[in-house]
Design a protein around this ligand. Structure first.
Ligand code: AQP
Length: 340
């Protein structure tokens, strides 16, 4: 019998109509490539999106739109499992068990919670937002995932997932959980906001700083043209002194496969304007087929829902077994389960 492939899990929140270039280069691109060698499970993590209280109709649309973009990017729903998180009830169940294993102070140290709650203001912060990283740990541990492809912004959350998996094993005996590893590709680990090159490109950032995968060519060209660079003239790789230019070079390199060194060489003696004009063409060309494919998937929501239902069935078959195994270690469930 062939040895089973190691498992990969990752998810993206349906918090916008379109994903952005950071989501694509930091995560989705790796998801697609990993399908050849891993047993991949990818999720539209709608329970995570609830932490910022979305409008129900808007959320429903964004779940489908996000799934359509996964498929358009190359996620293969036959080879991999593609599903919507809320359709598998064990995510919420395992979260509760992990909540009872996590220190309040430990969860309070998560920088994303601090950043997001500062943005939202005290009145809008929910317990759900605080609990987000524990739900993320449950997502990963529920599938015994070994590898989690994410951007740099998720490193701290991944570390918490590893800590909780190790804690399960030390408290309840080896084999309770698989300790996952983060897969973070250095070059595209963090794509920055085009207007504020010190901040990550984010769905909820200012529109002028974001390139959405569903943007039309005119918008893409405009956004890149008005990207903040710096007062110098020379195109060099200097993320500290020239973070705006470095960000453009990273995006360019990731989309064309040319190394940053080659690009710096290509643009010797040229101006920022040349780099921006060429990059706009590269991005427009890369995203055109993606936009077309997404539109096609969205034309047939019934078929999209069937794909997601099948994915949820396959995901739940794994999640049910793993949840029962972990719950039994806690002393929950029927006595017979504990022997398994
Ligand atoms: N700027 C980025 N550079 C590289 N990777 C990024 N990711 C997000 N932004 C960048 C990666 O995309 C995946 C999906 O993230 P998410 O939607 O689950 O949540 P997020 O990290 O909070 O992404 P956003 O875009 O910033 O969403 P909002 O504004 O809703 O919070 C993750 O793997 C993430 O690392």
């Amino acid at each position: 019998m062939p040895t089973p492939k190691p498992r990969v899990f990752s998810g993206i929140q349906p918090t916008a109509d379109s994903l952005h270039l950071g989501n694509y280069l930091g995560a989705l691109k790796q998801w697609v490539a990993l399908q050849d060698d891993y047993d991949c499970i990818y999720s539209v993590v709608d329970l995570h999106a609830l932490t910022v209280n979305p409008d129900p109709a808007v959320l429903r649309h964004r779940v489908r739109a996000t799934a359509a973009q996964f498929l358009a990017a190359g996620v293969d729903a036959e080879r991999s499992i593609l599903f919507v998180q809320s359709q598998v009830p064990q995510h919420a169940q395992l979260t509760w068990l992990l909540n009872c294993l996590t220190g309040f102070g430990e969860a309070g140290r998560m920088t994303q919670f601090k950043d997001k709650s500062a943005k939202l203001g005290e009145k809008s912060i929910t317990v759900g937002l605080f609990d987000y990283p524990i739900l993320m740990a449950a997502d990963i541990l529920l599938y015994d995932a070994r590898l989690v492809p994410v951007g740099e912004d998720q490193r701290q959350h991944l570390e918490l997932s590893r800590t909780l998996a190790a804690r399960l094993n030390s408290r309840y005996g080896e084999g309770a959980a698989v300790v996952p590893e983060a897969l973070i590709v250095k070059q595209t680990a963090k794509i920055y906001d085009l207007q504020e090159p010190g901040a990550k490109m984010s769905k909820t950032g200012h529109p002028a700083g974001i390139i959405e995968l569903m943007d039309d060519p005119k918008t893409i060209a405009k956004r890149i043209k008005s990207a903040v660079t710096d007062s110098g003239q020379e195109i060099t790789w200097d993320p500290r002194e020239k973070p705006g230019v470095a960000n453009l070079l990273s995006i360019y390199s990731a989309l064309t496969g040319r190394t940053v060194e080659q690009l710096v060489n290509d643009y010797q003696g040229k101006l920022y304007g040349h780099l921006k004009a060429d990059l706009a063409e590269v991005v427009i060309e890369a995203l055109a087929p993606f936009r077309e494919r997404t539109a096609l998937y969205l034309q047939d929501p019934g078929q999209l829902d069937r794909v997601l239902d099948q994915g949820a069935e396959r995901a739940e078959a794994i999640a049910r077994t793993v949840y029962q195994r972990v719950a039994a270690r806690f002393g929950l469930g029927q006595a017979g389960a504990a022997a398994g």
